[in-house]
Design a protein around this ligand. Structure first.
Ligand code: GLN
Length: 536
């Protein structure tokens, strides 16, 4: 292929229209037609990355193989496309300004006045084109966060305008998502918000090529042609995006709507291949024909916002489907758990997952949940902080180290069974300084980890500062909690398990970041299998 083609996805009227899912679905369809595709998210906030954001703000922070802390939409991209993203796939205004200001301090602008146009817009354009330069991808889809008309999105919209012109005919298109609300009093779907948001785009010099209309009711032909006429787009470029049972059905809906064909036509790309969606369709079929139901308690402290645990929840969907099982994830707030209400809190659960997290709040409830799972022989998966809780609980209640703790929670604990990693000592900046991204883990033979991975060495993604204190490892192993996964270079304990238990595993890494539709994560598959054998 001559050069990379660019697709820009913008949003109007409101946020939360599902730009990320539409982008991922279109990418899936193009991939299914034989094109290599990647997706990039541009976020208009000033944080350099979402790593410093409280999960209540934007939900989970997703981590890439190369250790970027990113927006959760990148998780969707990976789950749909089954290919890893990287640092370059998530750009924020903070990152853009940081590089421009660094250049200014170095004197790179040679005394020029540094301005939003052209310096900020040039940096945005450079970052967009970066993914296309190595000719690795036929198509780059760039999703612009925020809503058209927001002050903070303006430099991005201006960059898209310039790029569209620079790239030339058939080398880029703009897909604009809007909302068509239904007014129940008038019993009518309303197109005016769409017209206005396209006007806002036009004021900024951009004529969208395709409109995707989010709606709760089917759009008639008349509505579609009205929108086409008022917004200067082709009739067949008005696409309906109706609410569906699961996000995984969106690619098939977009296939019916011919979003992929319209896109390829407008980009001057051939539409030869029939889309290869066999495995995707099989997955949807499995999702809707499960034979069993189980309940998993997800113990966390951000349970008011399920997006804070997005990848974990999606991993249960993938792993559930491959077990022909519907996993009902019950979000349980760890601060509501007390030693007195455990039977009530965990009633009907077939498995307990203690979630990742930071800081002291909610830790007591997580430790109680861990103890309950261990003592009642309920399948248990502890992820990152969840694994650390399992180590603390075992230290206190099995080994008898009553004050066992993590130095994150109690700096001067007499038994620092979880301690700050050596390389973390002396770090004061909190942004981007954790142990991040993929590291190897060597698996011990004849353990649960071994039966899960069936491999001597795996790599998994990380996001943490603390680790199991190896000074205590021999003691733990003596009492029946073993290290079944170790980092081969540093000896950092990556996986712990209790061989005597039905299924009790703690992992210092985040398996949820690697679970995709076509590759459900083996730890989740195995955990679900164990939970399916529990009678409640
Ligand atoms: N707070 C813990 C640490 O930094 C766990 C982090 C996590 O759960 N992602 O090690």
């Amino acid at each position: 292929m001559a050069s990379t083609k660019y697709i820009f996805v913008t949003g109007g009227v409101t946020s939360s229209l599902g730009k990320g899912i539409i982008s991922a679905s279109l990418a899936k369809l193009l991939q299914a037609r034989g094109y290599s595709v990647t997706i990039q998210k541009l976020d208009p906030y000033l944080n350099v990355d979402p790593g410093t954001l409280n999960p209540y703000e934007h939900g989970e922070c997703f981590v890439t193989e190369d250790g970027a802390e990113t927006d959760l939409d990148l998780g969707h991209y990976e789950r749909f496309l089954n290919i890893p993203t990287s640092q370059a796939n998530n750009v924020t205004t903070g990152k853009i300004y940081q590089s421009v200001i660094n250049k200014e301090r170095k004197g790179d602008y040679l005394g020029k006045t540094v301005q939003v146009i052209p310096h900020i817009t040039d940096e945005i354009k450079r970052r967009i084109k970066l993914l296309g330069t190595k000719k690795k991808f036929d198509v780059v889809i760039t999703e612009i966060g925020g809503t058209v008309g927001d002050i903070e999105s303006l430099p991005y919209i201006e960059s898209v305008r310039q790029l569209k012109w620079e790239l030339g005919y058939q080398n880029s298109i703009v897909i604009h998502l809007t909302l068509v609300p239904f007014l129940s009093a008038a019993k009518e779907l309303k197109t005016k918000p769409t017209q206005h948001s396209v006007k806002a785009l036009l004021e900024n010099g951009i004529q969208p090529d395709v409109l995707v209309l989010r709606t709760e009711h089917t759009l008639t032909k008349a509505i579609r042609s009205k929108v086409a006429r008022f917004c200067n787009v082709d009739n067949d470029a008005v696409i309906e995006s109706i609410d569906l049972r699961t996000i995984y059905e969106v690619p098939l809906k977009m296939l019916d709507e011919k979003l992929d064909q319209i896109t390829l036509r407008k980009l001057g790309l051939p539409i030869e291949e029939k889309p290869e969606l066999k495995r995707w369709r099989e997955f949807i079929l499995l999702l809707h024909s499960t034979k069993e139901d189980i309940n998993i308690g997800l113990i966390g402290k951000y349970t008011e916002l399920p997006d804070a645990y997005k990848s974990i929840i999606e991993s249960f969907i993938h792993g559930g489907a491959s077990n022909s099982c519907k996993v009902h994830v019950k979000l349980i707030h760890s601060e509501t758990i007390t030693p007195e209400n455990t039977d009530e809190s965990f009633e009907g659960l077939h498995g307990i997952l203690v979630a990742p997290g930071f800081g002291h709040r909610g830790i007591a409830g997580k430790i109680i949940a861990t103890q309950y799972a261990r003592e009642k022989n309920i399948p248990f998966l502890g992820i990152c902080l969840g694994m650390q809780c399992a180590v603390i609980e075992f230290g206190r209640n099995v080994i008898g180290l009553q004050k066992a703790n993590s130095t994150e929670m109690h700096r001067t604990t007499p038994h620092p069974v979880i301690d700050l990693m050596e390389e973390q000592k002396g770090i004061s900046d909190i942004g981007g300084t954790m142990r991040l991204g993929a590291y190897p883990c060597r698996i011990k033979r004849n353990t649960i980890a071994d039966s899960v991975y069936q491999s001597n060495e795996v790599t998994e993604r990380h996001r943490h500062r603390y680790e199991l204190n190896n000074d205590y490892l021999a003691e733990y192993e003596k009492y029946g909690m073993i290290a079944s996964g170790i980092n081969p270079e540093t000896n950092l304990v990556e996986i712990i398990e209790i061989p005597k238990h039905k299924w009790f595993v703690g992992v210092q890494f985040h398996p949820e970041y690697k679970s995709t539709v076509v590759n459900p994560h083996p730890l989740f598959i195995s955990f679900i299998k164990a939970a399916m054998n529990v009678n409640t």
